[in-house]
Design a protein around this ligand. Structure first.
Ligand SMILES: NC(=O)c1ccc[n+]([C@@H]2O[C@H](COP(=O)([O-])OP(=O)(O)OC[C@H]3O[C@@H](n4cnc5c(N)ncnc54)[C@H](OP(=O)(O)O)[C@@H]3O)[C@@H](O)[C@H]2O)c1
Length: 267
């Protein structure tokens, strides 16, 4: 069995989007590795149930912070809350995010703005607010600190019918890779995770009610993320699944028009 190089034991990890899907998966992984948790999302009942589950399974101490990250002062309020509780964050997982399906011309303007605010602005603000702490944790105790941002395979090409979502994930990928480079001397493990479809609430929230048989499991995304974090040199991006990796490479190497034609095909 591969040695677990990333060891957040005794540190605190903050997971956004911890009420569902991948955020729940990350909370379990981090708790299992001995981190205390700060759980952030809007649905307080889900976060509290997760905190109980983590305490029972791993003896984890969790701080539950119900918060709408699209609210104007959400990130400064979250930071003030962490300071008042004397919580020092060593790992940040930005998993909160959503997509919308449909042509842009018909899309609800407020919902699009909310999507950009959550997927891009809140992620950027929270990363900016916590990055100094993550870097000092990485410097002080090597291999204990990480920044994991949820991008997507949608980040590798424009996606008609999900135009704002794909653009927001292209931002997350580019932003995270740049931070990987900027912080490389600190030892902070920085990576953008790029799954394809995962079986979570994501599709229903996006308004896609067609079942797909080609989806990843949360466990599969966790395995790929952990394998990346456990490497001496964590890669700036993790594409989950061999087929997705091939398709992402093809999108990068092919002419943009051809890529658009494929990405725009009705699913
Ligand atoms: N599932 C996929 O196919 C897939 C593929 C590639 C990338 N991703 C990315 O992976 C991440 C996690 O998605 P998922 O699959 O786990 O989806 P999910 O099951 O729908 O979970 C999304 C999480 O985001 C939280 N969230 C939504 N709006 C929020 C807000 N305004 N403030 C705070 N939290 C909010 C939700 O909690 P509340 O509703 O309780 O606030 C929930 O915990 C997202 O960034 C997504 O774009 C997903």
């Amino acid at each position: 069995m591969a040695r677990a190089l990333y060891n957040p034991m005794g540190t605190t990890a903050l997971v956004t989007g911890a009420s569902s899907g991948l955020g729940v998966g990350y909370a379990h992984e981090l708790a299992q590795r001995g981190a205390d948790l700060v759980l952030v999302a809007r649905r307080q009942d889900r976060l509290e149930a997760l905190a109980v589950d983590l305490a029972e399974k791993y003896g984890t101490v969790s701080t539950v912070i119900p918060l709408d990250l699209t609210a104007p002062e959400a990130v400064p309020e979250l930071m003030a809350d962490l300071t008042s509780r004397d919580v020092n964050v060593g790992t940040l997982v930005n998993s909160a995010g959503f997509g919308t399906l449909g042509s842009f011309v018909d899309a609800d303007a407020d919902r699009q703005a909310e999507q950009i605010t959550l997927n891009v602005l809140a992620l950027t603000q929270l990363t900016h607010a916590l990055l100094p702490d993550l870097i000092s944790a990485a410097t002080l105790r090597p291999n204990t600190a990480a920044l994991v941002n949820l991008a997507s395979t949608a980040a590798f090409q424009p996606v008609p019918q999900m135009s704002v979502y794909a653009a927001s994930k292209a931002y997350v990928l580019s932003f995270t890779e740049a931070l990987w480079y900027e912080t490389r001397a600190s030892g902070l493990k920085v990576t953008a995770v790029c799954p394809g479809y995962v079986d979570t609430e994501f599709s229903a929230v996006a308004g896609n009610h067609q079942p797909t048989d080609r989806h990843l499991t949360v466990e599969r995304v966790m395995r790929s993320t952990c394998a990346a974090l456990d490497r001496t040199s964590t890669p700036p991006q993790v594409i989950v699944g061999k087929r997705n990796a091939v398709l992402a490479r093809a999108a990068i190497l092919s002419p943009r028009r051809a890529v658009l034609k494929v990405a725009g095909r009705p699913r």
